[in-house]
Design a protein around this ligand. Structure first.
Ligand SMILES: [Zn+2]
Length: 131
């Protein structure tokens, strides 16, 4: 079981899309890291990722892990945010036949899953088509 501070730290990172940026080479990581694998620096700062971007590619998940079973099948997208950072996230509120590479997306907070032990509802970010 996760300790409470770690839980809230993770919530903050995932709900606000907070990554880290290397002050030496400018490389951005999400989730955040302490160490830049691009240039070897440990000089990283917190970095707020843009909440909009475009869809590069996607896959349909039909057999997810147990926590996400109720959402299956769902779409997992490879997304390029407006600053060029690429992340993987669930895409929701879209029909499969509406998916197009290059389509605009924006981040939203949605119910993720309920923890089995504690019954705590976990919220996660997902992406929806930008209107
Ligand atoms: Zn670096």
């Amino acid at each position: 079981m996760q300790r409470a501070p770690e839980y809230w730290r993770n919530q903050r990172i995932y709900l606000q899309l907070i990554g880290s940026k290397c002050k030496d080479c400018g490389k951005v990581y999400f989730p955040p890291r302490q160490y830049c694998s691009n240039c070897g620096s440990r000089n990283l700062e917190e970095y707020k990722l843009p909440e909009k971007g475009k869809l590069l590619a996607w896959t349909i998940v039909r057999s997810p892990s147990r926590e996400f079973e109720e959402y299956a099948p769902y779409v997992l997208g490879y997304i390029e945010l407006d600053d060029g950072t690429r992340i993987i996230a669930q895409i929701t509120d879209v029909e499969l036949n509406e998916l197009k590479s290059g389509m605009r997306l924006r981040a939203v907070i949605r119910k993720g899953f309920v923890e089995e032990d504690s019954g705590i509802i976990r919220y996660i970010y997902k992406f929806v088509p930008e209107e």
